[in-house]
Every structure is written in structure tokens, then in C-alpha cells.
Design a binder for this molecule. Structure first.
Ligand SMILES: NC(=O)c1ccc[n+]([C@@H]2O[C@H](COP(=O)([O-])OP(=O)(O)OC[C@H]3O[C@@H](n4cnc5c(N)ncnc54)[C@H](OP(=O)(O)O)[C@@H]3O)[C@@H](O)[C@H]2O)c1
Length: 307
């Protein structure tokens, strides 16, 4: 089978289209593979450093070879940028959900859902700020927060991305590169979903209303934050963290929440935007686009298109 293999950590040019043996055991014949920001961190060698050579890629959709069913799979050890992937954390895709939608709402939708609902406990009284509000997770979080009846403020770095977030339901948008994010918000937030960290986390945490909470689920800025518990007491705010692995550790929770997201996608309540569809030979291009902040929605790799 063909795969986009890395033999060194580094920039987006480290991928090489290579013929390698199929994974052993239960497998998925992949149709589409997803690109996630965590893959950028892994490619640079910043996160979960996989042994080299490695095939990155954490989500796929295709047919499970053992029974021919259409499934999506989340691959915690990588292996997604390939024509055949391990059948890991497999969920069946309903007939009314396309391959693209299934891929886009699984990893990123689970992250948006559990950050917003399970940890954030969103209600219709909340003012919710979503960082990277046009991104893979963020554009789904905007729709889910709006569906929960909350007021939604989306951050994004370009007019086109802010227009997309507004079209998806954000009541207001703010330039994510604004030097004082707290001052740029038109209302005091009660719930923040943060995938950026660094000064974005600091400024949005400081802007929270008393009894507000911030859910941290990513660190695109690569700047780590620390929080003083004494300050939390004074401000009466909460800091929560989310990692998808904790959902996958609980097969029933994973099954139920994946089914919920597919249900919402099937009914059109949640509509993922496909921000780019690339051939397997162009995984590096997708990475370059993602890290230069020009993309919106979900990036997908068509593993059977080679150029
Ligand atoms: N905790 C978990 O289990 C989990 C699971 C899935 C994803 N995540 C995290 O969720 C976040 C979103 O993932 P995604 O795949 O959907 O990516 P994405 O949101 O489509 O892309 C990342 C976005 O982050 C924003 N950003 C802000 N500062 C940045 C910087 N210094 N460098 C690059 N981007 C920056 C950019 O939006 P603007 O330019 O519009 O600001 C960029 O488009 C990532 O941090 C990822 O690691 C976490």
C-alpha cells in the first residue's frame, strides 16, 4: 500500500509517498484521511514523538475489510495517511452521513462537544468565546454552542474566516490577532473554549465573568500556561482541560457521543466545512496550509489520488 511516511521530524516537506506493508490484523480500506493540528505538533516532534519511520494521521473513514461496513476510525498510534489503516476505535457511519462529514465531525466534533457540554456545561445563559472559530474544532463548536442557545463570539485571524464563523452562527467575531482580546469582546464571556494557549488563554481567562470557566483543549501557540489556584479563588473562575483519549478510554461514552454527532450531522444540525481536499502526495501541503493559519474547517486527504 502507499502511505505518506516521515523518516525525520521537521517541516511540511518531510513527507514522502512510499510503498510500505499493510498493517497487521483488522484493517480499514481507507477512503479519506483527516488532517488534525495535533499532526503538525507530531510532525515537528513536539508531541507524542512516534518512532521513525512513521505514518502520521489520526482519523480515517473507509470500509472495514472484515465485514465491508463503512466505518470511521480514530488511530491513537497514527497510521492514517495511508491506503490501509488499523481498525482502531471503529464506529459505523450511518447511511445519511457522507464520508467527508463523518471524518470531519468525529475527532474534532468529539472535542468540541465534550469541551462545550461535558466540561463547559453550556446553557442558553452563557456567552461563549470560541478560539480558532473557523478551524476544524472551532467551526463545529460555534454551531454546537449556537444550538445550545448560547451567545457565541468566535475568534479568527482573517475576514474570510470571521465571515464563515458568523455564517455558522457566531453572533460576533473578533480578530484572534488583536493585542487585547479581553477589550475586543463586546460582552463578558462566561465560558471560553481555548485551543491556542499562551496570551490567548491568559487574556480570555482574565476576561471571564465571576463563576465563568475556560476549557483548554489545545496549544497551537506552543506557549504553556500555569494557573495559580489562589487567583482562581479570588476571581471565582474555573479552568478545565480536555483530552480526547479520556473519551476513547470509555468505549460506551465514545460510542454514544460519536452516534450523537453523526445524528446531528445526518439531520444537518451540524454541518462540517471541508476546507481542502488533497491527494496523498500533498499531505505536506495540507500541513503547511494548516500551520500558516490560512485554512478553515476540516482538511481531508484522498488516499487514492496520488497527484
Ligand atoms: N485535546 C484534544 O484531545 C484535542 C483533540 C483534537 C484537537 N485538539 C486541538 O484543537 C485545536 C484545533 O485543532 P484543529 O485540527 O481543528 O486545527 P484548526 O483549528 O483547524 O487550526 C488551528 C487554528 O489555530 C489558530 N491559531 C492560533 N494561534 C496559532 C498559532 N500560533 N499557530 C497556528 N495556529 C494558530 C488558527 O486560527 P486563526 O488563525 O483563525 O486564529 C488556526 O487556523 C488544536 O490545538 C488541536 O491540537 C485537541
Amino acid at each position: 500500500m502507499l502511505a505518506a511516511v516521515i523518516t525525520a521530524f521537521g517541516g511540511p516537506d518531510v513527507f514522502a509517498l512510499t510503498e510500505i506493508p499493510e498493517p497487521a490484523g483488522d484493517v480499514v480500506d481507507v477512503t479519506l484521511a483527516g488532517v488534525n493540528y495535533a499532526d503538525v505538533h507530531r510532525r515537528r516532534g513536539e508531541y507524542e514523538k512516534p518512532p521513525l519511520p512513521a505514518v502520521l494521521g489520526a482519523d480515517v473513514v473507509g470500509r472495514r475489510r472484515s465485514d465491508g461496513r463503512r466505518v470511521a476510525a480514530l488511530l491513537r498510534g497514527g497510521g492514517g495517511y495511508a491506503q490501509v489503516a488499523p481498525a482502531q476505535h471503529v464506529v459505523e457511519v450511518p447511511g445519511d452521513v457522507s464520508d467527508e462529514q463523518a471524518l470531519a465531525v468525529l475527532e474534532q466534533g468529539l472535542t468540541a462537544w465534550h469541551s462545550l457540554h461535558t466540561l463547559g456545561r453550556v446553557t442558553a445563559d452563557d456567552v461563549v468565546v470560541v478560539t480558532a472559530g473557523a478551524g476544524g474544532v472551532g467551526h463545529l463548536a460555534v454551531q454546537l454552542a449556537r444550538a445550545a442557545g448560547a451567545r457565541v463570539i468566535a475568534l479568527a485571524s482573517s475576514p474570510a474566516k470571521r465571515a464563515l464563523a458568523a455564517q455558522l452562527g457566531a453572533h460576533a467575531t473578533v480578530d484572534s490577532r488583536h493585542p487585547d482580546l479581553g477589550a475586543a469582546l463586546d460582552e463578558t464571556p462566561t465560558l471560553v473554549l481555548d485551543s491556542v494557549g499562551g496570551r490567548t488563554f491568559e487574556q480570555l481567562h482574565a476576561a471571564l465573568a465571576p463563576f465563568g470557566r475556560i476549557v483548554a483543549y489545545g496549544g497551537a501557540s506552543e506557549v504553556a500556561n500555569t494557573v495559580a489556584v489562589d487567583d482562581l479563588m479570588t476571581a471565582s473562575t474555573g479552568v478545565l482541560g480536555f483530552w480526547l483519549q479520556r473519551v476513547l478510554d470509555d468505549p460506551e461514552l465514545y460510542r454514544i457521543s460519536a452516534a450523537r454527532l453523526f445524528h446531528l450531522a445526518g439531520r444537518g444540525v451540524l454541518t462540517a466545512r471541508i476546507g481542502g481536499r488533497h491527494p496523498l502526495s500533498a499531505v505536506g501541503r495540507a500541513h503547511a496550509d494548516l500551520e500558516s493559519r490560512v485554512t478553515s474547517g476540516k482538511l481531508v486527504i484522498d488516499v487514492h489520488r496520488l497527484a
